[in-house]
Design a protein around this ligand. Structure first.
Ligand SMILES: [Zn+2]
Length: 205
């Protein structure tokens, strides 16, 4: 997605919102074990990624067009809100489904690469993939949601009231007890005492 102006940025934020909702209902699956049994499936996956990317781009353009139309109508605020919600429920969900499939298939492909690079090998792509893993997925705890923030008992210190906070929009955390925070890579580093590279590999393998 190319962001060129304020309007694009607005659409981007809107889509991020849908993405979070979609993720909440579709927890990540780890299917690379299956692919090891069916190595012939790899070219199919590459093809599938391309197909989903095409679908995603189509939905993105449709949503963009529709939102622009809504923005420039003379409808009252309620109608505008209604149509935005309606798009979110229909095309938005489909778009995020496509996005989810792409991410999942890419991760799957990466995990089954025949020649695994040495343990300390990390590219920008690896880092981006690692950063896309939601903190709430790697911290196996009960979370309480308030809007776009999640709170849980901190894994780094003993407490009875939750002060470990995850800002799901940015996928970053902050503990008000430890006065510490960061992104998901930093979180895994602290949790398992891993180096940066080890944490990245942990998140994508
Ligand atoms: Zn803490």
């Amino acid at each position: 997605m190319k962001i060129q102006n304020d309007e694009d940025w607005e659409i981007y934020l809107y889509l991020r919102e849908i993405e979070k909702e979609w993720r909440r209902n579709n927890p990540a699956h780890r299917e690379h074990e299956l692919l090891k049994i069916f190595p012939d499936a790899k070219p199919v996956i590459t093809e599938k990624i391309r197909e989903w990317e095409q679908i995603r781009d189509e939905f993105f353009n449709t949503i963009k067009k529709r939102l622009t139309v809504i923005k420039h109508t003379d409808d009252d605020d309620f109608s505008k809100w209604f149509w935005r919600e309606w798009i979110k429920e229909t095309d938005g969900k489909k778009l995020m489904e496509a996005e989810g499939h792409i991410k999942r298939l890419k991760r799957l492909l990466w995990a089954t690469k025949e020649k695994k690079p040495p343990k300390d090998w990390v590219t920008g792509e690896c880092k981006a993939l690692a950063l896309s893993v939601p903190i709430e997925d790697v911290l196996d705890r009960e979370f309480r949601r308030t809007g776009r923030t999640l709170t849980a008992l901190c894994p780094f210190h003993d407490e009875k009231t939750a002060s470990f906070t995850v800002y799901s929009d940015q996928n970053r955390y902050w503990c008000f007890g430890c006065n510490q925070g960061g992104d998901v890579i930093h979180f895994i580093q602290s949790l398992h005492n891993y180096s940066f590279k080890e944490a990245v590999r942990y998140l994508i393998d």
